[in-house]
Write a protein that binds this ligand. Structure first.
Ligand code: C2E
Ligand code: MG
Ligand code: MG
Ligand code: MG
Length: 276
């Protein structure tokens, strides 16, 4: 049932895509120019340890601005780049850039940078070797990066996913499940996956103060995650009330506009210095 729903949803999506293909063709060639010119950017958003309010990590988020100054949201261009395969070079660039930038942040208390991955990248032959060589070239140790995957990436080809995840774990790269709660996997299934962290989707955090069912779900995820030894990050923390509830529930980490918005590296460095 769940699987079928997923498939229907996907079909609907591809039909929509087809009807947008004219503007997509233009956008696709503009995206190619941006990749070739390395004019994509990474913004960084702080991730806070809720036990001591310290910023311990950042998430790298891709940004794309057209030459006329129009910003295109990743919600729009990432699916396009996935459909065209452009996510492969764009994602490789992002990982390289994040590995370069983490060296500047390490002295300011940032232990690691989290990088988002798409299914196409993750399931590609030699993906693991590519990560290893990017780390080696940039002299980045495996505990300085973290990879974020969605549940659907893991469900797409579970046996390959487990193989790659096990190799990651062997060399010390930790992996988080992004947007947790929006997919179809359960926590029992998670127990079998070599991942170390869950990021609770912001959909559950949004109405935490007003919705008792969202509170129950969030609390449930946190409790069960703790029992199977997974760390938890709450995404989309925007208010002091949400933060108080999350601390109450024993949530380990938080990320959201309440703490800081995603920002360019230079702004982040200023921000971190001002807090030292
Ligand atoms: P995500 O990985 O779940 O990233 C979190 C998104 O939530 C980011 O949106 C961030 O700006 C936004 N956000 C953070 N705190 C708050 C908050 O308090 N309130 C609200 N309303 N939003 C908040 P963004 O940057 O637009 O990215 C959207 C999605 O695009 C990401 O979701 C991720 O799935 C994808 N994405 C971004 N960069 C990359 C990338 O380099 N590679 C891949 N494969 N995907 C990426
Ligand atoms: Mg993410
Ligand atoms: Mg997320
Ligand atoms: Mg997301």
């Amino acid at each position: 049932q769940a699987k079928q729903q997923g498939r229907n949803h996907y079909q609907f999506y591809t039909e929509q895509r087809k009807s947008m293909s004219q503007s997509d063709i233009l956008l696709r060639s503009q995206l190619q120019q941006a990749i070739d010119a390395e004019s994509l950017k990474l913004y960084y958003q702080p991730i806070v340890d809720l036990s001591n309010d310290k910023i311990v990590a950042v998430e790298a988020l891709m940004r794309w601005t057209l030459e006329d100054g129009t910003a295109i949201s990743p919600v729009e261009f990432i699916p396009l780049a996935e459909a065209t395969g452009q996510i492969i070079p764009a994602g490789r660039w992002a990982l390289k850039q994040a590995c370069k930038d983490i060296h500047e942040l390490h002295d300011l208390g940032i232990e690691r940078v989290a990088v988002n991955l798409s299914a196409l990248q993750f399931h590609r032959a030699n993906f693991f070797e590519q990560v290893e060589s990017i780390l080696a070239e940039s002299r980045t140790s495996t505990d300085m990066i973290e990879l974020e995957l969605t549940e659907s990436i893991l469900m797409e080809n579970t046996s390959n996913a487990i193989t790659v995840l096990e190799r990651m774990r062997e060399i010390g790269i930790s992996v988080s499940i992004d947007d947790f709660g929006t997919g179809f996997s359960g926590l029992s299934y998670l127990k079998t996956l070599p991942v170390s962290k869950l990021k609770i989707d912001r959909a559950f955090i949004k109405e935490l103060s007003d919705s008792s069912s969202d509170r129950a779900i969030t609390q449930g995820i946190i409790n069960m995650a703790r029992q199977v030894g997974l760390k938890v990050v709450a995404e989309g923390v925007e208010t002091r009330e949400q933060l108080a509830l999350l601390k109450d529930f024993g949530c380990g980490f938080g990320q959201g506009f309440y703490f800081a918005r995603p920002m360019p590296l230079t702004d982040l460095i200023q921000f971190l210095k001002s807090r030292l």
